[in-house]
Write a protein that binds this ligand. Structure first.
Ligand code: NIG
Ligand code: FE
Length: 409
């Protein structure tokens, strides 16, 4: 057993039956001057120092002046990819837009060509290094998408890499099939046939082999229409895959209401929102997810988080880690951006990056909060004035110690 003592502030404590929504997001429960008891890989007990139980034979970790919180839950990434796209980064600096680069055959299709040429082993090795790095930055649970294969064989290769990551790493990992990320070049004159390939071949085969947990579509002008998304979500649902979709990144074309109709677990991006989108989310079980790293990197609008939260909705934040629109998987930076660019309070941002991220991956019964029985996946910070310092000192490394499955990393 391990006993963390004298914790300056212990964050995101309590029981969570549903995502935290609206005003409650700014009321993040925490305990000042707290202890936390770990038994094996689980949180066994926690509370105020004055109520600390008398126990012997425990390893004491003194956290005087330090903040303890659940490890970050990153609910939207494209962690498996071939190589970076620094060339397009420079093209954008020189004036081209993300959409113009895509029209020239760059963008997603650029990553597709590179990934198809790479072996599963090489992809696994690179993804392993990336994930090790993200864990060192405090990420304790992650969702990873396919979508750079766009053929049955190459999508299967990507999903197989994610399956190997699930076995290799002892953190919750969820896999999402994003066959509908773009129309591959060989189908550019027959998009119907590609959509049928997703519906008739990819979804049944990958669901049967348990290679994916969720279904995703990039619903956007120039990518997939709302009707096409609905057909794919319908097929996914028939095979037990709940939708988690890319919508409203550049244009509001009605994808949110359609996703809600299919009981999407989450709708992600939402940089462009109209009133109808917010209305569609009210009263639904669908969690909006903001990806501020993408807005920062592409210089596009930020998701209007205030509108969503003030409408009483829950909100999660994630990195969108990918080589084209968000080449950083650093959740600490995303939490800072949520405060600085999305006008979220530190309480809202931390809630969005932990328990709400866990709900957006359907793993909230396991992780995302300081709750008895949940995984002891914890961040212990360097000494801080308060948890407000975490987003305030953006870009600084403030993690002193990580506890993963009850073990010091
Ligand atoms: O979430 N928007 C679509 N997909 C990714 C970007 C993928 C890429 O550019 O490689 C995103 O931003
Ligand atoms: Fe994405």
């Amino acid at each position: 057993m391990k006993l963390i003592t004298n914790i300056h502030q212990l964050l995101v404590t309590g029981e969570y039956k549903a995502p935290v929504r609206g005003k409650a997001m700014s009321q993040m429960p925490y305990i000042s001057n707290a202890y936390l008891l770990i038994k094996e890989d689980r949180i066994h007990d926690y509370g105020a120092m004055q109520d600390i139980p008398a126990i012997t034979n425990v390893e004491i970790i003194d956290a005087t002046g330090k903040i303890v919180l659940p490890m970050w839950c990153d609910s939207h990434t494209h962690l498996v990819y071939a190589t970076g796209r620094e060339d397009e980064f420079v093209d954008r600096i020189n004036g081209l837009s993300y959409e113009e680069i895509a029209k020239r055959g760059g963008g997603i299709l650029n990553s597709v060509a590179r990934l198809r040429a790479m072996s599963e082993d090489a992809l696994f090795e690179d993804a392993t290094k990336r994930l090790e790095h993200l864990i060192s930055l405090g990420t304790g649970a992650i969702e990873i998408k396919s979508g750079y294969g766009l053929s049955v064989a190459a999508e299967k290769k990507m999903l197989s890499v994610i399956a190997r990551l699930k076995t290799h790493f002892d953190i919750p990992i969820k896999a999402t099939l994003l066959g509908a990320h773009a129309i591959p070049t060989e189908y550019k004159d027959d998009r119907k046939a590609y959509i049928q390939l997703i519906i008739k071949e990819m979804i049944p085969a990958f669901a049967k082999d348990n290679l994916c947990d969720f279904i995703d579509v990039f619903c956007e002008s120039g990518y997939f229409t709302v009707a096409e998304m609905e057909a794919i979500l319908e097929a996914g649902k028939a095979h037990g895959l709940r939708p988690k979709v890319h919508v409203n990144q550049f244009n509001a074309i009605g994808g949110i209401a359609a996703a809600v109709k299919y009981d999407a677990l989450s709708v992600d991006h939402l940089e462009e929102l109209v009133t109808e989108d917010i209305d569609a989310l009210k009263g639904s079980n669908t969690i909006p997810v903001a990806l501020p790293g993408c807005s920062f990197f592409l210089s596009i609008p930020y998701t209007p988080a205030r509108q969503l939260i003030d409408a009483g909705l829950p909100l999660a934040i994630a990195t969108d880690y990918n080589p084209g629109s968000a080449p950083s998987g650093n959740m600490n930076f995303v939490v800072a951006q949520a405060c600085i660019q999305l006008n979220m309070t530190p309480e809202e941002a931390i809630t969005a990056a932990t328990i709400n991220g866990a709900f957006a991956m359907d793993i909230a019964s396991e992780t995302g909060s300081i709750t008895k029985g949940k995984k002891a996946n914890l961040i212990i910070t360097t000494p801080q004035k308060s948890y407000n310092t975490i987003p305030y000192r953006f870009g600084h490394h403030q993690i002193e110690q990580l506890i993963l499955n009850g073990k010091r990393l």
